[in-house]
Structure formats: structure tokens, C-alpha cells
Design a binder for this molecule. Structure first.
Ligand code: S3P
Length: 177
């Protein structure tokens, strides 16, 4: 495991906002795999889905994750579906200390329904879509994460603190600090 912190979790679980805070406090660089994919494609995520489809997006996502393997001292926020591919799950665990952020289904729905940036939720019944996706992904998040962290009751800075404490402990167990 490299000395990075990898954040996984469902859409709206706070990976970017908590990740930025963790990066700032640790003096690590913040990286977002969706931003890498969008930057390489020269298109926003919804446009990538619309033009090339989900499968092509997943290939680009794997390439983005693969390109981060050699880094250290980064906080890496991933897209909610990054755990779908077995290859990604193994890569993420090699890349760093993997924390899965979770929040209640109500909070997720409340957050994701505020905007239309999530192509997979542009369905007739987004609430049902969220519930179904959560049900199929939950085991994959658990399998990939070194730590599951429920932040439903935490303000952002307390969630960031909890990530930092756990990551430092994991890094020192490895003799990396
Ligand atoms: C996806 C989550 C999104 C983005 C894409 C697909 C998913 O990222 O990668 O829309 O499959 O859950 P966020 O989790 O940052 O919203």
C-alpha cells in the first residue's frame, strides 16, 4: 500500500469535500479521478456518458486509477462506481489506505437530488435507483475499503479528523512514517 489516502463511497457521500479538507490538513495533494477523466476527454462527465456510454467511461476511469499507482502523499477521491471493476478494487487497495465514506440513504438522496450532474440518476424514479445501486454496491465498498466510516452524524471537519487519525495509524503500522 502506498502512502496515499483513497476515498471511495456512493455519490453524495462527501468524498470530494471531506477529501479536500483531509488533503489540506495533511499537506497532501488532492486528486479526483472524475476530474482526470473529464480533463483527458475534454468533456464533463455527463457529456462523456451521453456521447460514449458508461462502458467507455469505466475504461477511462480504470486508466485514471491506474495512472495514480506510483504517487505518494495524495488524497484521491474516486467516482462512486470505481469499485465495480475487480481490477479497480485491487488497484485502489495498492494505491493507498482506502476509506469508504458512508451516509444514510436519506442524506445521499437529499444531496444528489440538488443537481443533475449524475447521469446514472437521471431516471424516472431516482430514489429507487439510489436504493438499488446502494444494494448492489454495498458489498463491493466493504470488500475494497480498509475502513468503513459512517459520517451521517459528523460535520465535515470531524469526518476529516477521523480519516486522518485512521490513515496515520495505518501508515505507521507500515513503518512509513
Ligand atoms: C458514478 C459516480 C460519479 C461519476 C459518474 C458515475 C457512479 O462520481 O463517476 O457519474 O457510478 O456512482 P461521484 O461519486 O463523485 O458523484
Amino acid at each position: 500500500m502506498n502512502r496515499n489516502i483513497v476515498l471511495i463511497g456512493f455519490m453524495g457521500s462527501g468524498k470530494s469535500s471531506i477529501g479536500k479538507l483531509v488533503a489540506k490538513r495533511m499537506g497532501f495533494q488532492f486528486i479526483d479521478t472524475d476530474a482526470i477523466v473529464a480533463g483527458r476527454a475534454g468533456l464533463e462527465i455527463p457529456a462523456i456518458f451521453a456521447r460514449f456510454g458508461e462502458e467507455r467511461f469505466r475504461e477511462m476511469e480504470t486508466a485514471a486509477i491506474e495512472s495514480l499507482r506510483h504517487l505518494t502523499r495524495c488524497v484521491i477521491a474516486t467516482g462512486g462506481g470505481a469499485v465495480l471493476r475487480e481490477k479497480n478494487r485491487a488497484l485502489l487497495r495498492e494505491t493507498g489506505f482506502v476509506v469508504c465514506l458512508t451516509v444514510s440513504e436519506e442524506v445521499i438522496f437529499e444531496r444528489v437530488s440538488r443537481n443533475s450532474r449524475r447521469p446514472l440518476l437521471q431516471t424516472e424514479n431516482p430514489r429507487e435507483t439510489v436504493a438499488k445501486m446502494l444494494a448492489t454496491r454495498r458489498a463491493l465498498y466493504e470488500e475494497t475499503a480498509h475502513l468503513m466510516l459512517d459520517t451521517t452524524a459528523f460535520p465535515r471537519d470531524r469526518a476529516a479528523d477521523a480519516v486522518i487519525v485512521a490513515a496515520k495509524r495505518a501508515f505507521s503500522w507500515q513503518g512509513a512514517e
